[in-house]
Design a protein around this ligand. Structure first.
Ligand SMILES: Nc1ncnc2c1ncn2[C@@H]1O[C@H](COP(=O)(O)OP(=O)(O)OP(=O)(O)O)[C@@H](O)[C@H]1O
Length: 285
């Protein structure tokens, strides 16, 4: 359903923009329809850039992305605009994703109106269904984002996204700014909604526990590349790769990676070599 072929996104930075940052550097992967791929990796490895590149919120430098057979990377600006409702992104900061000036009712109704999904009464019914589906009371519909908690705002974001019935959602750390107890509620809701709607998801997090709870498959990203990918339990419980072992071990401890963690076979950070497109192996010194 989602197919990514040799995707690269490079940034120019520094003086005269001469420094090239290879944030996504040859990623190939597939996500089956209705399943969630968890993307995990250390800070700065390129997770957000990959998620945004898939939706062309950042223009990739090279490579192809297909959603349901449609080549997203080949769409013109106007074709992309028409396709946009079918692919949505959920960000960490729900408050920033909502228009602070408009009431919750209109935040949810707006996409339905824009896409002409029914008359006034039909849209009203749908808004009330959606708000109930995300576990909020109708009394909140008249409030604005600053009058709601972080968790309530993230529920409204989910209702708004659901109203569009997207085929593909990229969720980028959607709960990392919330309290732990609220995080669990939102994650459970997200998973249930994605399953109900048969939506395909890329779920980005640096937290292995969250990734384990949310994903059917897991991909481990290191320095712009996917180094390990497969069913969640295979990748997290029986990791083949040194980087994954290191991430899993670090996630079970509070502090930074302690010296007792598994060492790379070569002692330091192993070098990676691409043996087939998208398939990387560790090179031992
Ligand atoms: N606009 C930009 N210009 C130049 N470099 C950038 C830009 N955005 C990101 N980068 C660099 O690209 C790399 C990947 O960044 P990205 O935000 O995708 O990583 P990430 O894995 O999502 O990190 P985090 O978990 O901390 O959010 C980093 O080295 C970052 O500094």
């Amino acid at each position: 359903m989602i197919e990514v072929r040799n995707l690269r996104t490079y940034y120019s930075s520094g003086i005269l923009r001469r420094t090239e940052v290879r944030a996504v550097d040859g990623v190939s992967l597939e996500i089956e329809k209705g399943t969630t791929l968890g993307l995990v990796g250390e800070s700065g490895c390129g997770k957000t850039t990959l998620g945004r590149s898939l939706l062309r919120l950042i223009e990739p430098t090279d490579g192809q992305v297909f959603i349901d057979g449609v080549e997203i990377t080949g769409l013109s600006r106007s074709e992309l605009r028409r396709f946009r409702p079918r692919m949505q992104m959920i960000f960490q900061d729900a408050y920033a994703s909502l228009n602070p000036r408009i009431r919750m009712y209109d935040s949810i109704a707006e996409p339905l109106r824009l896409m002409k999904r029914g008359d006034r009464a039909g849209i009203d019914r749908r808004v009330r269904e959606l708000i109930a589906r995300v576990g909020l009371n109708e009394d909140l519909l008249n409030r604005r984002p600053y009058e709601l908690s972080g968790g309530q705002n993230q529920r409204v974001v989910l209702a708004r996204i659901l109203s569009l019935e997207p085929d593909f959602i990229v969720a980028d750390e959607p709960t990392s700014s919330l309290d732990v107890s609220v995080q669990a509620q939102i994650l459970t809701l997200f998973r249930a909604l994605a399953r109900d709607c048969d939506t395909t998801c890329l779920f980005i997090s640096h937290d292995i526990g969250v990734i384990r709870a949310m994903s059917d498959q897991v991909a481990i990203m290191v320095k712009g590349r996917i180094v390990e990918i497969g069913p969640t339990s295979d990748v997290l419980d029986h990791p083949c790769h040194w980087y994954t072992r290191r991430l899993v071990a670090a996630s079970t401890r509070d502090a930074d990676v302690p010296p007792s963690l598994p060492e790379s076979p070569s002692g330091g950070m192993p070098e990676m070599v691409e043996v087939h497109p998208g398939h990387w192996v560790e090179v031992r010194a």
